[in-house]
Write a protein that binds this ligand. Structure first.
Ligand code: SAM
Length: 209
């Protein structure tokens, strides 16, 4: 994500009441299901999903404040009341979400970390799956999209080794009839315009925790 560092980004995020700063029992005024996107980037996906599904609450998680500030501006412009943001690292998810509180986790075009010594940073690595399993409801889902074949294959192996259910797998999402309501992220738009196929998997935990 080539974006010059915005020295005011932290201040912008701190001053917004759409940005969650502290752990809380509830982040929304209703009890609608909560879906989170980890690594939301500039927010195209989460904004599109929030408009498409007003009865779902969304929380966008992003560790890079400059990028998140761009997403925040879109949410404010659209006056969406079912989206909030968290400027945190996904490694700290359990500090903010209690057990069984999230219905779905989206991983869109996550950093591929191709070097072996960095594989543990992948958001589909088993240590992240352990965190996701705790905060997700029983049988909660992870929905992943990526252009990166290596990351996709490694993620499928990770889900399989963790004993997850495979609910949907596509190696060409945009030519799959089940993708008609698909909301594109900014990376997804960029890569599909280059003619690259989009890989996608929906997996769920077995629900016997
Ligand atoms: N999801 C967006 C999209 O599809 O256009 C952005 C994709 S970009 C390649 C990956 C984003 O994930 C970056 O903005 C990065 O800062 C964020 N990210 C990577 N690891 C993260 C982590 N551990 N916690 C929170 N955000 C993370």
């Amino acid at each position: 994500m080539r974006l010059r560092n915005n020295p005011n980004a932290d201040k912008i995020l701190n001053e917004s009441n759409l940005v969650i700063k502290e752990a809380s029992e509830s982040y929304f005024v209703n009890n609608n299901p909560i879906h989170i996107e980890i690594g939301m980037g500039k927010g195209d996906f989460i904004v599109g999903m929030a408009k498409q599904n007003p009865n779902v609450n969304y929380i966008g998680i992003e560790k890079f404040s400059t990028v998140m500030a761009v997403g925040l501006a879109k949410i404010e412009e659209d006056k969406l009341d079912n989206v909030k943001l968290m400027n945190i690292d996904a490694a700290d998810l359990e500090e903010y979400f209690k057990a069984n509180s999230i219905d779905c986790i989206y991983l869109n075009f996550s950093d591929p970390w191709p070097k072996t010594r960095h594989h543990k940073r992948r958001l589909s690595y088993h240590t992240f799956l352990e965190r996701y399993e705790k905060i997700l409801v029983s049988k909660g889902s992870i929905k992943q999209k990526t252009d990166n074949q290596g990351l996709f294959e490694a993620s499928l192996i990770s889900y399989n080794q963790y004993g997850m259910n495979f609910d949907f797998v596509s190696v060409d999402l945009h030519n799959n009839e089940l993708s008609k309501d698909n909301v594109m992220s900014e990376y997804e738009r960029k890569f599909s315009e280059l003619g690259q196929p989009i890989y996608s998997a929906h997996v769920s935990f077995k629900g016997d925790k």
